[in-house]
Every structure is written in C-alpha cells, then in structure tokens.
Design a protein. Sequence first.
Length: 236
Amino acid sequence: MDAKLEIRRKTDTFRTETPWLSSSHCFSFGRHYDPANTNHGLLLVSNDDIIRPGTGFSTHPHQDMEIVTWVLDGELEHKDSEGHHGIIYPGLAQRMSAGTGIWHSEMNPSGKKEVHLVQMWVLPDTERLDPAYEQLDVNGELSRGGLVPIASGRDHHAAISIRQKGAVLWGGRLRRGEAVRLPDAKHVHVYVAKGAVALEAAGTLSAGDSARLVAAGTPSLTAGEDGAEVLVWETE
C-alpha cells in the first residue's frame, strides 16, 4: 500500500448550524453527503459539537456502532434506554456500544455555559451484541504527557474498551513544544481539538483541522506555542 497524507482544514468541513447547535463534520453526516468522504479506515464519524445551554440531542436511536464521546469544555448529560446515566466532563472518556439497539439523549445540563465536545463513531467487529456503556476518568494519564490510549479494542490499561480489535483512540494534551510520534498503522486520523501542532512533512494544523494518513509510518507531531489537545485514531 502506498503511503498517503491528506490535510483537511476546518474551513473545508461540512457544517450544521441551528439555534442550539454548531457542529463541524469531518465526514459525511446527516444531510451532508459526499461519496468520496464517508470514512477513514474504520472511523465513520468525527463531529466537533458546541451545544448551547439547556439544549441538546433529545432521545434518539442507534444500532451496531461504537460511539465515543470526548468533552473539551463544559459538561454533557447522558441518559439511555438501558438505564445508564452520567455527566461527562473533560477527561472522562465515555463509550456507548449500540449493539442490537439503544435509545439515548445527550443534553447540556448547564443553564449558562456551552458544552464543547467531539463525538466519534467506529464500526464494531461483531454485530448484534447487547448494548453496553462505559466511562472512565483518564485525566491522570493525560497529565503525564504524550499520547495515551483513551478507547481501545486491544485491552490497553486505563482506557475504555470498544468492541473493535482493529481500532485505538489516542489522546494527548500536549504542552508547548512537546513532540510525539504517531502510531504506525494502516489508517491514522489526527484531529486537532485545541491549539495547534506541526505535523512532520505537512506543516501546521490548527484547531478544527485534521490529517488522514495511510501507511505513513510514524511522523512526529509537535505542539505549538499554546500547546494542543489532539485525538488520534489508528485503525485497520
């Protein structure tokens, strides 16, 4: 397989704007459809959402999807038809396995503050399993620097589990000038959630920008003057 590296700028992403939601979509989503932009490896959805106070996604269904939610600022309240209820805050990784079918809502419980989050979907490696839910605080691991596993189908310590052995989500809160190496995988998707980074052989990526790598080895990622928060998927 030939190595490839493609940069997608925030200004080029699909956008959804409503009175209660501002959302940027890395891939085709909802009414936004481009047959040439439906996924990168096993990653199907990467949405950067800002939800206004006291609003959110009312109860809706999902099926056969691994859904990972990562809050950047504020809080998000989750409720589902399996009886799970939680408040997701920065550094608390959350995974919902939709399996045979689940209904859930995601609301901003604050009456004053917006919630900013990234939600990501990957295909499961086994369909028609029972729905499941998991959340885990990984702030301690993130504080040590570098890239740490947030969600993994490979039994990584201190990461939420996903039902997909071919995928791992890495996260990093990189300090000014901190450099890391990207994982060596068939498909790697880099999303800059905050700040800016320099990607080796590609230049600067700012908040909202992403990079899609195919069999590209382990290029370096270096945080800019104000540091950066990054989300990195490696998948088959």
